[in-house]
Design a protein around this ligand. Sequence first.
Ligand code: A3D
Length: 320
Amino acid sequence: MARNKIALVGAGNIGGTLAMLAGLKELGDVVLFDIAEGTPQGKALDIAEASPVEGFDARMVGSNDYAAIKDADVVIVTAGVARKPGMSRDDLIGINTKVMKSVGEGIKNNCPNAFVICITNPLDVMVGVLQRAAGLPTNKVVGMAGVLDSARFRYFLAEEFNVSVEDVTAFVLGGHGDTMVPLVRYSAVAGIPVPDLIEMGWSTQDKIDQIVQRTRDGGAEIVGLLKTGSAFYAPASSAIEMADSYLKDKRKLLPCAAYVDGAYGLDGLYVGVPVIIGENGVEKVVEIKLNDDEQAMLDHSVKAVQDLNDVVAKMEAEGA
Ligand code: A3D
């Protein structure tokens, strides 16, 4: 049986980490693509040389030619620029919109049956640009942000409660930005909801509020520390979880930037919602019940995404 083929478009910090993780987990053969000459080839060879030590069998290929991603089963896109201190994700919109259009074209011409995961920021807007440029159905193009934001939330909660990270489940919805919506009510330790844990004296509302804010600022916290780029280990792990759910038809329920048309009262846009990922890509958008406060926060977040979509539409109308 042929191995799966995983194409990584963008061989920078996240792309390289994705390749290493895909190898370690034996998800399939890996192709790294980048416009920077030598970078994808160098990273592919370096990781291939780790394979005898780590004990994984996976072909690692680097290329500057889109033909190399031909017939890929999964494409994970990180091409573009990342933010530096002082920049918001939204500052990247002009350059990364152009990059998404060229990447979409490459996917359309070489692997139109792939499941595509976008990571490039500003995420919710870029995944829409990529889907339109690739011409793939919306269930086959999805953005990674919610798994990462939820992982940060879970990590901070596990630290606060002094329990295993494995016991903590949490949800972050909405756009991947300052308006994201960490849902305390749907977050739990081994099934015990966080509000109950507060009542049980395990934490205070004040501390949980601080954790919610730290989650919202999670990307900026890393950018501030690294100074030369943004987070890459946890973003790569998060996208690999999504790819794994697709390739193995695991039907995991994961918060992702998916195309929502109808659910949550939304009218056809990409934004972070819980979805089931299985062999058909996004198999279902899960509409959870929100209280008035949560709905107001989601509406605010959707508005921020819509505003950026309008910026892209204006750029496109002006022929940019
Ligand atoms: P970086 O290490 O700079 O890698 C980006 C790579 O893209 C570089 O190797 C570039 O050469 C390459 N590239 C640029 N233009 C093109 C093109 N037209 N075609 C192919 N490759 C190209 O960045 P990174 O890996 O740290 O981050 C990649 C993206 O992910 C950025 O836009 C980040 O903002 C974004 N990001 C998103 C999240 C989310 O949670 C959504 C988290 C962290 C980073």
